[in-house]
Design a protein around this ligand. Structure first.
Ligand SMILES: [Zn+2]
Length: 225
């Protein structure tokens, strides 16, 4: 089977306000039992075993972990990216404005959490090193867009120096990621796209900048066989 992917939204879960309704994060104050049910429902929807659906304890860092057949889904993974070559393993990245980046390669798949810290820290480049010599497709799900994501002067000038995509007072994370993918991987990129949905503008998605206390949606890649 080919590798697959899905990006969830707010709809289709069991959580109540302000996490309504499909919150998949345990760290935001929601009822853990409801979050577990939302996660199990997601696994069922993806036709995978709940114990093959892996989440991260994300910290805006640049560390990644490998998921294999020995991996235990209950273990805490303190990282911002996961990579696997094990068929029918599903890797989830949780977001509410940061970018969920999913990579489907010929031999492996990855889920990556990219906010400005990860972008500046080089997490995209670091994960791409694991795809050396491998052709891949990449998808970015709903994330705050380049018009809505206002940043301070200092960060803006650093972003410009680094060659990231910026506006007058804004940073465009999805387009900066696409630029890195093409700059570093060239012809190995089969396809790379952002779905064009801005979390800050979409009432169908969780947005930390808009709501403060809120849930997290997921980008999930299921590695094929
Ligand atoms: Zn926007």
């Amino acid at each position: 089977m080919e590798s697959r992917e899905i990006f969830t939204s707010r709809s289709g879960g069991k959580s109540g306000a302000p996490y309504g309704s499909r919150n998949l994060a345990l760290h935001v104050g929601d009822d853990p039992e409801l979050v577990r049910q939302n996660r199990e429902d997601l696994a069922r929807e993806l036709s995978i075993a709940p114990e093959r659906l892996f989440f991260m304890e994300q910290s805006h860092g640049v560390e990644f972990e490998i998921v294999d057949e020995e991996s235990d889904y209950r273990e805490i993974r303190s990282c911002d990216a996961m990579i696997t070559s094990t068929p029918e393993s599903a890797l989830a990245v949780l977001v509410a404005d940061c970018a969920p980046l999913l990579i489907r390669g010929e031999r492996s798949s990855a889920a990556v959490h990219v906010g400005w810290r990860g972008l500046f820290g080089g997490i995209v480049e670091k994960v791409l090193e694991r795809f050396a010599g491998e052709r891949f497709s990449a998808s970015i799900g709903a994330t705050i867009c380049g018009e809505c994501y206002r940043i301070g002067e200092d960060l803006l000038s650093q972003a410009e120096k680094r060659g990231f995509v910026t506006g007058a007072q804004t940073l465009d994370i999805p387009r900066s990621i696409l630029k890195i993918l093409h700059d570093h991987s060239g012809t190995r990129v089969i396809d790379a796209q952002w779905n064009g949905i801005c979390t800050f503008e979409s009432s169908e998605h969780f947005s930390y900048r808009r709501e403060g206390i809120t849930g997290r949606q997921a980008g999930v890649v299921i590695h094929g066989s």
